[in-house]
Design a protein around this ligand. Structure first.
Ligand code: ADE
Ligand code: ZN
Length: 326
């Protein structure tokens, strides 16, 4: 088996992927064709260019523009089916997929319609041998009221496979602590706390995600590398970071791969789950992330296998699924 065949064949789990960001350039172009005048290109090659981000704010602006094209339950089901097919091709057996209900509500998808589309997409994924769970998040700029409305939707609809509650979108100017009450309510309802923190801000926001929001994994959390005490805390409490190297490069959260802190975080003993974040918009895949870890960040095949074990240990899948992965 060649090293690349080894990476593809490795049974994997994906714990950090956004449904919207999984849309390939072809899918985005197809959606754009149905919404003339949206400003999003209707040719795949043009979409790939449109997804060359100058900074994190630019990435979020494009993400919002793509979100505006997703207007029906059928669109949602197609996104889930497309993601599941991509995951199956990469030998990903289990994924926790982040969905942002309020963003879909804003484009006219009714609450029940969203839940039904997700259920149906999840059944399609199961037929492809990929088990999906859901993390429902809110974009930070929708604030605590948006987060409360999101949690109300989750608890009312409770789509099967729901495992977590998250916080994404802009981080600068959106202190994690503002969301303390809603995360407490989510945890009391049995949801796992899975906020983004320390992607584009500093270690203080990772501390806040842990202390104020009870984070059980942290989305990105790469700023942790700047605080040795925080790294020790993550190790001692077994709190994994979901690290997405290509995303960090493409949103310019890091300036270059040479500056990426993954190796330092791993050397400190922190459990790390490698994720793709927005594989369609970033032109990546789970296998490509592992290839990058090997070729650009210098990880050995044994270290890659350890990363897969970290992901399985950090996943909120059923014991039966975990047993099939190890
Ligand atoms: N939503 C989709 N991708 C994201 C990212 N990298 N950070 C915050 N929110 C996001
Ligand atoms: Zn993310």
């Amino acid at each position: 088996m060649t090293p690349d065949e080894f990476l593809t064949a490795l049974p994997k789990v994906e714990l950090h992927v956004h449904l919207l960001g999984s849309a390939s350039p072809a899918t985005v172009a197809e959606l754009a064709r149905r919404h003339p005048g949206s400003g999003v290109p209707a040719e795949p090659a043009e979409v790939a260019k449109y997804c060359e981000f100058t900074d994190f704010a630019h990435f979020l602006a494009v993400y919002t523009a793509v979100n505006r094209l997703v207007t029906t339950g059928a669109d949602i089901e197609a996104l889930v089916a497309g993601l599941a097919a991509d995951l199956a091709r990469d030998n990903v057996r289990y994924a926790e997929v982040t969905v942002t209900p309020l963003s879909h509500r804003k484009t006219g998808i009714a609450p029940r319609e969203l839940a039904e589309a997700l259920d149906s997409g999840r059944r399609i994924a199961g037929g492809l041998g990929v088990e999906l769970s859901w993390v429902f998040d809110v974009s930070g700029d929708d604030g605590p009221p948006g987060a409360e409305a999101t949690l109300d939707w989750v608890l009312r609809e409770h789509p099967s496979g729901t495992v977590g509650f998250g916080l994404g979108g802009p981080e600068a100017g959106v202190p994690r602590r503002l969301f303390r009450d809603v995360f407490a309510r989510a945890k009391a309802a049995g949801l796992h706390s899975l906020p983004h923190a320390g992607e584009t801000t500093g270690p203080d926001e990772v501390w806040s995600a842990i202390r104020d929001l009870g984070a059980e994994r942290v989305g990105h959390g790469i700023a942790s590398a700047r605080d040795p005490r925080l790294l020790r805390h993550l190790v001692e409490h077994g709190i994994p970071l979901e690290i997405c190297p290509t995303s960090n490069l493409r949103t310019r959260a890091v300036r270059s791969l040479a500056e990426h802190p993954l190796r330092r975080i791993l050397a400190a003993g922190v459990p790390v789950a490698i994720g793709t974040d927005d594989p369609g918009l970033f032109g990546t895949s789970p296998t490509a992330e592992f290839r990058m870890c090997r070729d650009c960040l210098g990880l050995s095949e044994a270290e890659l296998a350890t990363l897969v074990r970290h992901s399985v240990a950090a996943a909120f899948c059923s014991p039966a699924v975990a047993a099939g992965l190890l």
